[in-house]
Design a protein around this ligand. Structure first.
Ligand code: SF4
Ligand code: FES
Length: 255
């Protein structure tokens, strides 16, 4: 029985030395890529060849490789996280591609996510938004109340859990023509706004997070819905609507 032949691919990859330099696409040929391998394993294979040939490997972000950390931020053939739906780049398999295909790989393109090197972007703007209010202040003195003692309606608990599924990958920003971060911020505001524990600091939270989002240079939402389509975690646009309601309420109370 003859051995199964892998894919022969042409890779067009964005290469950029650093934030100051001008980048460009470089073309690489890669042969015999197993359809069972993941997209990141395919890039590992390319990098091994580059290193063996004395060339600089392609820099790309990854950590968990299980769809949890949100690090693997790649634009593949014009779509964030590639041609499959509901998954991150690290969960993308090479069986989604055809033998002889050309695959174009770019970093997230957004003014608020400056390129660090090649396919790696700086998403620390998300961290600053979280630091501005994406938390609850809890008593850790030892006299804490068990969270299970606070009744939460099932529907609210489910919606809060759905919002908390956001992994902060930034695909919503990358795919939005306005570079808006409202799906991300909407999810992070909602996961607390829906729960009793989050209500105490709700007004301050939404005002500070939205202010930081604007200061970081993210665009506004014009309801195109591309973010919801490309989000690997199925975060719903209803979180943006909830954030807007929370924000309006907090503004009115502020006077
Ligand atoms: S809302 Fe979705 S696309 Fe945006 S950061 Fe969260 S998980 Fe990623
Ligand atoms: S590497 Fe963690 S989500 Fe892809």
């Amino acid at each position: 029985m003859s051995a199964k032949k892998g894919l022969n691919l042409t890779l067009k990859i964005w290469r950029q030395k650093n934030n100051k330099s001008k980048g460009q696409f470089e073309t690489y040929k890669l042969s015999d890529v197993s359809t069972d391998s993941s997209f990141l394993e395919m890039l590992d294979m390319l990098n091994e060849e580059l290193v063996n040939n004395g060339s600089e490997p392609v820099a790309f972000d990854h950590d968990c490789r299980e769809g949890i950390c949100g690090m693997c931020s790649l634009y593949i053939n014009g779509r964030p996280h590639g041609p499959d739906t509901g998954i991150t780049t690290c969960q993308l398999h090479m069986r989604m591609f055809k033998d002889g295909e050309t695959i174009t790989i770019e970093p997230w393109r957004s003014a608020a996510f400056p390129i660090i090197k090649d396919l790696v972007v700086d998403r620390s703007a998300f961290d600053r938004i979280m630091a501005a209010g994406g938390f609850i202040s809890v008593n850790t003195s030892g006299k804490t109340t068990d969270a299970n003692n606070i009744p939460v309606p099932k529907e609210d608990a489910d919606k809060a859990m759905d919002a908390a599924a956001c992994i902060g990958c930034g695909a919503c920003v990358a795919t939005c023509k306005n570079g808006s971060a409202m799906l991300f911020v909407g999810a992070k505001v909602s996961q607390f706004a829906l729960l009793p524990q989050g209500k105490v600091e709700a007004k301050r939270r939404v005002l500070n997070m939205v202010k930081t989002m604007d200061e970081e240079g993210f665009g506004n939402c014009s309801n195109t819905g591309a973010c919801e389509v490309e989000c690997p975690k199925g975060i719903s646009l209803e979180n943006i609507a909830r954030m807007n309601r929370e924000f309006m309420g907090a503004m009115v109370d502020k006077g």
